[in-house]
Design a protein around this ligand. Structure first.
Ligand SMILES: NC(=O)c1ccc[n+]([C@@H]2O[C@H](COP(=O)([O-])OP(=O)(O)OC[C@H]3O[C@@H](n4cnc5c(N)ncnc54)[C@H](OP(=O)(O)O)[C@@H]3O)[C@@H](O)[C@H]2O)c1
Length: 210
């Protein structure tokens, strides 16, 4: 399984407003790139807080690609908090809601996978997804989920679009939240593969050092 993390941050390293509400950080060139990246992935994964705050569709907009595939949409949602009205449940493409083992909820237009005692066990989930034929996984956020993938050693590549704006705020989420590194040995080392201007922003590509 190849795991790519993609996110957009402001020049001061924030991925949403201080209220955690989504704001447009990508430009048109980046949006096109993200839809192509989604289209080349087998699945697109987010955490439930991103569903609750942004209500993303996680589909491929056909205007950006020659032929739209339909990557599976995956939500890490230990306690089944995804609202039935969420756009990821609109039936436009397959959706997997991943809860923990004791949550018994079901959702319209979605299959449920159960893994982990409290939060989702990512190592176990990767094995389940591989059995379902998912070889390329795109992790789109948010902050806690990105840290979990980095911390667990499961992420292979990090792609960050840096938008030309400052959001500020002590509480605004950054690309990687969660507990973070408590000491140097938990810092995740990256190798810079490329840095290039994209419209009025910058696109950074890193490989995770394993
Ligand atoms: N700019 C961008 O590119 C971008 C992209 C996406 C999101 N965002 C922003 O990111 C923010 C949301 O990020 P967030 O950190 O609050 O939440 P998040 O990462 O979207 O979701 C985190 C939640 O996922 C669930 N989860 C289940 N298993 C997990 C695991 N193994 N590791 C981590 N989480 C797990 C947990 O909730 P349960 O305990 O209930 O399961 C956890 O609280 C929003 O402000 C959104 O706008 C920005």
């Amino acid at each position: 399984m190849r795991v790519t993390i993609n996110c957009a941050m402001s020049a001061d390293g924030k991925i949403a407003l201080t209220t955690r509400r989504q704001t447009r950080i990508s430009n048109d060139d980046d949006r096109k790139r993200v839809h192509k990246l989604r289209n080349s992935s087998d699945a697109i994964l987010v955490g439930v807080e991103t569903v609750l705050s942004d209500d993303p569709k996680l589909t491929v907009n056909p205007k950006y690609v020659d032929k739209a595939r339909h990557p599976v949409r995956i939500v890490l949602d230990s306690y089944g908090r995804t609202p039935k009205s969420a756009l990821v449940l609109n039936g436009e493409s397959k959706t997997l809601i991943v809860t923990n083992e004791s949550t018994k909820k079901t959702f319209p237009n979605a299959d449920v996978v159960r893994s982990g005692k409290k939060e989702v066990d990512l190592h176990e989930l990767m094995k389940i997804l591989e059995k379902k034929g998912i070889e390329k996984l795109l992790v789109e956020g948010g902050s806690r989920v990105i840290w979990s993938f980095l911390e667990s050693g499961l992420a292979d590549e990090v792609v960050i679009f840096v938008g030309s704006m400052v959001i500020g705020g002590d509480q605004s989420p950054t690309p990687a939240g969660g507990a973070g590194a408590l000491d140097e040995k938990h810092i995740v080392a990256l190798t810079l593969k490329s840095a290039r201007a994209l419209g009025n922003g910058v696109l950074l590509r890193y490989e995770v050092v394993k």
